[in-house]
Design a protein around this ligand. Sequence first.
Ligand code: ADP
Length: 722
Amino acid sequence: MKIESLDLPDEVKRFYENSGIPELYPPQAEAVEKGLLEGKNLLAAVPTASGKTLLAELAMLKSVLAGGKALYIVPLRALASEKYRRFQEFSELGVKVGISTGDYDRRDEGLGINDIIVATSEKTDSLLRNDTAWMPEISVVVADEVHLIDSADRGPTLEVTLAKLRKMNPSCQILALSATVGNADELAAWLDAELVLSEWRPTDLMEGVFFNGTFFCKDKEKPVEQPTKDEAINLVLDTLGEGGQCLVFESSRKNCMGFAKKATSAVKKTLSAEDKEKLSGIADGILENSETDTASVLASCVRAGTAFHHAGLTSPLRELVETGFREGYIKLISSTPTLAAGLNLPARRVIIRSYRRYSSDSGMQPIPVLEYKQMAGRAGRPRLDPYGEAVLLAKSYEELVFLFEKYIEAGAEDIWSKLGTENALRTHVLSTISNGFARTKEELMDFLEATFFAYQYSNFGLSMVVDECLNFLRQEEMLEQDSDALIPTMFGKLVSRLYIDPLSAALIAKGLREAGTLTGLTLLHLVCSTPDMRLMYMRSHDYQDINDFVMAHTEEFSKVPNPFNIVEYEWFLSEVKTALLLMDWIREKPENEICLKFGTGEGDIRTTADIAEWIMHVTAQLARLLDLKGAKEAAELEKRIHYGAGPELMDLLDIRGIGRVRARKLYGAGFKSTADLAGASPEKVAALVGPKIAERIFRQIGRREAVPEISDSETFEKSSQD
Ligand code: ADP
């Protein structure tokens, strides 16, 4: 089907033709035939890289150029940025694009001027909770990676959000994009959507198992040379020899790094002079962005053409690796499976070194077929590779047979709603009532009827779980009941708007009420004791240290559990460990020191700080509303967590471009506030922070000074810290 023949404005057709897309892929053509451009709901369950995003683009452009508004919902922030960058190309069509991933209690009314808005599902939910005015104007909703409804973490929010959007605007077109799942028909029926189900891919995919020096596919066998003792390295060299690149999936961060390091000597020998020069530039970029030990290992891997990629790295580092790979200089990325979840980073050959994953209740278990397919689907760069290859490794003939049956010949599993537990529902019950989507239990049940959970389980048991949630919310005074009417209290409304789990809010309120001595540690631990926080793992040698710390500071914790209650006490210790990490962060301990002390990555410090900042913000707001102690202290801590610095630096840190390291330098040299800087000599400031930053500082504080050039590089500072 030619783009030219589509019922789209001419400028849209020209846009695609000029970007080298004159014709639709078969699944795209099927979508058009099934009503994509006539406003019909549609579920496209097709493999990665087969043009799902383009499908969404066509529907969005058609609608927004006719005066509508599109919302593109993604599961991850990194994905939101990727889509945002892509959609910005529509500016030449006069289409405005916005992105919303930030603070949860903001309405982001300004975003309403955009035609296409990209947001995570959590952010969409929070925009709905805050009655954002432009939400009812949405004419197309795209739900990307909708199979994640199956995820206990993100699924419930996604399905409730979709149900709310449909209730708010029944005529809005829903476009759901999914990996191929077992029960796509069920998902489509829930959304009243036409189904496009296809295994079509733009590049052929050969799936197989490597065993005893041979790559076995369904209908062919390919011997692979064995220049080294490591089979995976041999597979990498084989691909590089054919001009391709490799993605290697590992089950842990440690293995990721280990494999990237191990492969350096073999991969280095294959590099050209140009590769080496570019790689050295990327490695320098990594070192400019981070001074942790992990970053220096990564930089030395990159100089040899390999890299690792996982959530322990900060996003600038991950982006450097992704770009270096996309441009073809980095030959091999060894990654945790998170990379398979959405990011557009294909490679000629995907090697799945480990198909088992550790789970705390059942030990090492084979991953689901859906996850395998997501990883395998990364093989083959459209238009660049003649084919893609996805390789599993077997140690025995029995394992080879098992892998073929389990993964290559099997279809993906069905997906199941995870909404049916009190933990998942509590927050959505409160928000549904707070926003007026339901005013009685009957209306609430009617609303929940529109969720995938109700569709799959015919409401089985839902009423009981809803009763448990309602009881909890009444008991915690977030809800009042007047005969049938369910009325949110001020507390309940604020909890819903702040986008916090009601259980977290109840714990915070109780903690503040019952705290004897209220110190920074008390508040940090309180934040870490909520279910919204992500806790640090305990390593065996942590127990003694953290236990000793607890013993020395018992009075600062609102409650210390009995150490004989082993499970509860261990959980408490990991809360304390997380609080201690945050304490080091706000005391300006260098990132590398924190990483080594807590056995964590720089990316984890940022994630932990981000979540803690948000919960501390909630704590300040709740303390204010409920007139509890701690409001001022929590507000100050919120800011300190944001910057990772001491209270005396806050004024300087409000200047853009100044991070904690530069602020400390200025402070140490006697410039303790913006007022001090206003009277400072430009030479002195430039000598401390560099001429460019000095100029930015003066511009912001309203002084127009000529800052002298300083040629020596001793003013250079690592940008990760500033
Ligand atoms: P998905 O969202 O399914 O992973 P994308 O929509 O991102 O896939 O498409 C993958 C790549 O294929 C993109 O670079 C896109 O520009 C290209 N593409 C999509 N549709 C077509 C088409 N009909 N013809 C040529 N290239 C296409």
